[in-house]
Design a protein around this ligand. Structure first.
Ligand code: TA6
Length: 309
């Protein structure tokens, strides 16, 4: 993807490359060969690879890499809304903006520092943004690749506005799966969900793990902080840990909707599952000067590995 000469930043063990549009991307590596690539276009995580170099995040083969729209795939940062409501763009506008590297982020408490290689990115609301969302904010993202290969995303949103504002937020996370009909999600059993395919009607999930045999577009509310996506065929499990993100969006477009999306392959729904840590059902409210944090940690383990849900 990148075509510029890599420049090593020893302080953060990062490499900066550029995408096709000349926008910087930060590559994080760990000593065992895992990597992650984060774009200044939207703070989007475009790639996360394990020690064997296998890509763990889905990117559509038909993704459109043309600013200002974020490409379909990876993990995009959805703020100040997820979904569509009013005149704001679907899933918010920060994913379509150019962020900066934050060389001097405000200190985090020591418990919040994960280690590994990391980059701090920043998006500050612009004059242009204020025309359609009239609240000033600073959105900081620390993306870390831990020594064991885990990917950690910590977003901090600060109200630098004269009055309170409310927002919703999601890490729109496209996981690679071998075959959607061989995948199940554990940890959402008996949890309530709002079904986007039924005008957001509220249902309660059964007592079994979730499996897939048709289109799914749901917001699970007040979920446990650890859930797992088991890829039976690949014998691989994604463990998703989250803080400050009570809800989880589960989305697979299935056949018909895949065909309707210009930037998505007709058959690609079989290899992709979106499981998004989010704060949606109850919007977050920040008073002037207040800050909110939402953290997502992704781990990949062999399916034989046991972990506590
Ligand atoms: O719930 C997930 C969702 O909002 C779906 O309704 C679906 O449209 C998806 O996100 C993708 O949205 P996008 O704007 O990326 O096409």
């Amino acid at each position: 993807m990148g075509h510029s000469a890599p420049v090593w930043d020893c302080r953060a063990a990062t490499e900066i490359t550029q995408d096709w549009n000349g926008i910087d991307q930060v590559v994080l590596r760990n000593p065992k060969g895992a990597s992650a690539r984060i774009s200044l276009h939207g703070g989007q995580v475009c790639s996360w690879r394990n020690e064997q170099g296998e890509e763990l995040l889905f990117t559509s083969s038909k993704a459109i890499f043309k600013a200002p729209k974020a490409m379909r795939g990876g993990i995009s940062i959805c703020f100040p809304q997820f979904g569509s409501c009013g005149s704001l763009e679907q899933h918010g506008f920060v994913k379509n903006k150019i962020w900066t590297i934050d060389d001097n982020p405000p200190p985090m408490c020591s418990d919040d520092i994960e280690g590994g290689s990391f980059v701090d990115l920043l998006y500050r609301s612009s004059e242009e943004d204020l025309k359609f969302w009239p609240y000033s904010f600073e959105l900081r993202l620390r993306a870390s690749l831990l020594p064991d290969g885990d990917l950690v995303l910590r977003s901090r949103i600060r109200n630098v506005n004269g009055k309170p504002f409310g927002f919703s937020f999601a890490y729109h996370t496209h996981l690679v799966v071998s075959d959607i009909s061989e995948v199940r999600i554990e940890g959402l059993e008996t949890v309530d969900f709002l079904d986007n395919l039924c005008q957001k009607e509220r249902f309660t999930e059964q007592g079994d793990a979730i499996t897939f045999e048709s289109e799914v577009d749901r917001v699970y509310v007040s979920t446990p902080n650890v859930i797992a996506v088991l890829d039976h065929e690949r014998k691989r499990t994604y463990v998703i840990r989250k803080e400050g993100l009570p809800d989880v969006v589960v989305w697979n477009p299935w056949e018909k909707k895949s065909k309707a999306m210009v930037d998505f392959g007709d058959e690609e729904y079989k290899q992709m599952l979106c499981v998004n840590g989010a704060a949606l059902e109850r919007p977050i409210t920040l008073r002037p000067g207040e800050e909110w944090t939402g953290k997502l940690q992704l781990t990949v383990v062999p399916s034989s590995f046991s972990f506590d849900l």
